[in-house]
Every structure is written in C-alpha cells, then in structure tokens.
Design a protein around this ligand. Structure first.
Ligand code: MF3
Ligand code: CO
Ligand code: CO
Length: 262
C-alpha cells in the first residue's frame, strides 16, 4: 500500500478528527482523581465522542471493545478500562483515544499524574513528554523517519530509561494504522523520507527498567513492563507540511503552527 500522501480535503478531515481526539483528553482531565475507575474514565470519553457524531476507532478494532486505552503505572499501553481498576493517589496513567470523524482518524494520548506522585514517577512522565517533543523537532520534509527514533533513544537512554520497541508510532488518517511505522529507537538516516502531506503519530513509550513488554493473559491486551517498573507515553498526530510540521492534536497552541504559503 505504501505511504499515503493526503490531499488538502483529507488533511482538513484529519485535522477536525484530531481536534476532537484532543478535546476528549481535555474533557476527561477533571475526572482523573483518586477513587475513579478506569471504566468510568472510559465512559466519559466514549460519551463525548458519540455526542460529537464521531466513533471510537478502538471499538471493534481486532476485537477491542472500549473507546480508550488507559494504562496506569507499569502498564506500557493497551490498558483495558475496567471497573476493577481504581485510580490511586500517586498513580501515573496514560489515556489514549483515537476518533473517527467523517471517516478520518485522529490519535493522541497524554499522561495524567494523580495527587502526590514520587519524584521518579514525575521524572519519567516529563522525560516521555520531552521524547515526544524531540521527535516532533525531527519532523520536516526531507528528513528520515528514522531520525525521530534516533534522537528520542539518544535522549531517553542518556537519562537511563529504556525504549519500548514492540509498539511503534504509525501513519494515521485514512485508516487507523497506516505506513510508515515510526520506531522510537532507530538508526540515524534510516527509513522513509518525510514528504508534505504525510500524517503519522509519534508515541514514545519509555520504561524505568527493562524495555520488554508482556501482555496479560486475562484480557489479551494489557501490555506491562516485565519487571513491574514504571512506563510512560505521550502521543500526537502530526502533518508534514512544506514548511515543517503541524501538530494536529495540539489544541492548546503549545507548538507553533507553520506559516501557510498560499
Ligand atoms: N491508540 C493506540 C495507538 O496509539 C492503539 C490502540 S489499539 C487498541 O496506536 F486496540 F488497543 F485499542
Ligand atoms: Co497511535
Ligand atoms: Co493512540
């Protein structure tokens, strides 16, 4: 199939879906508190998506049944929302949501810190966010996709973290998971070259201990660190433009918008 370069109309659709996906994470923020279940947090996002005439991309995806993945502490990704998982003081958790609006996909996730978190926990959350930002800085036409992972791994490993290699970023927009695969640890100047019209995610997962993941046998989804140590992840959907990159899931004006040449 190859990498899909999106048309201006497709980009507009992906932009709208990405905004909605980011709004979901704003919407759920005030509810992320000690005592709430991850099933309840999922329900809030679920309702917000369907109230906005969209769908959750994860529902029905390879048999997955929920509008979000919610991954606390040692869960790397694909944490299954459950009324048995109660958020505790000191938890760090990732909430990941992918929307389908008018057929277009937007994908993002953030970390949330609950109450009094340890210094270690805060540090891995902040380092994972910096990994995402470092990856975004590598996004411009003519650069290699591999340089995203090269720079992320250099930074995170320098701090003593390991990089999860079993899950990657991905092209997104027309389908949930498109080419290219965006590894968060890669060789310098490897992989495809970025071109205007490419849309993909960067979603680094970094671990305090070993890099490997093991999936819970009970649900077949929840991916945990093999040593029980912490993991953290942030994700944005990006568009490569002629001038550089636009962070489509940035609804807070955190990243500069590229000038649009008419
Ligand atoms: N949103 C995740 C990603 O960033 C994928 C979740 S797939 C699921 O690619 F089936 F686990 F929900
Ligand atoms: Co993704
Ligand atoms: Co995601």
């Amino acid at each position: 199939m190859g990498i899909i370069l999106k048309s201006p109309d497709q980009i507009e659709g992906i932009r709208e879906s990405s905004i909605l996906a980011a709004e979901c994470l704003d919407e759920v923020t005030p509810y992320v508190k000690e005592g709430v279940t991850t099933a309840r947090l999922n329900q809030i996002v679920h309702e917000y998506i369907y109230d906005n005439d969209a769908k959750a991309a994860t529902i029905g995806y390879k048999g997955y049944k929920h509008a979000t993945c919610i991954s606390p502490n040692d869960v790397i990704c694909h944490g299954v929302p459950s009324n048995k998982v109660v958020v505790k003081d000191g938890d760090i958790l990732n909430i990941d949501v992918t929307t389908i609006l008018d057929g277009f996909y937007g994908d993002n996730s953030r970390m949330y810190m609950v109450g009094n978190v340890t210094d270690n926990a805060r540090q891995i959350v902040e380092a994972a966010k910096t990994c995402l930002d470092i990856g975004i800085k590598q996004c411009y036409p003519g650069n290699y996709v591999g340089n995203i992972g090269y720079e992320i791994a250099k930074y995170a490993e320098g701090l003593g973290y390991s990089i999860v290699f079993e899950f990657c970023g991905h092209g997104v927009g027309i389908r949930f998971h498109e080419e290219p695969e965006v590894a968060h640890k890669a060789e310098k100047n490897s992989g495809p070259i970025m071109k205007p019209g490419m849309t993909f995610t960067i979603e680094p997962m970094i671990n305090e201990g070993k890099a490997r993941a093991k999936v819970d046998r009970s649900d077949g989804w929840t991916a945990r660190t093999i040593d029980g140590k912490l993991s953290a992840q942030w994700e944005h959907t990006l568009l490569i433009t002629k001038e550089g990159v636009e962070v489509l899931t940035d609804i807070h004006g955190e990243y500069p918008k590229p000038l649009k040449l008419i």
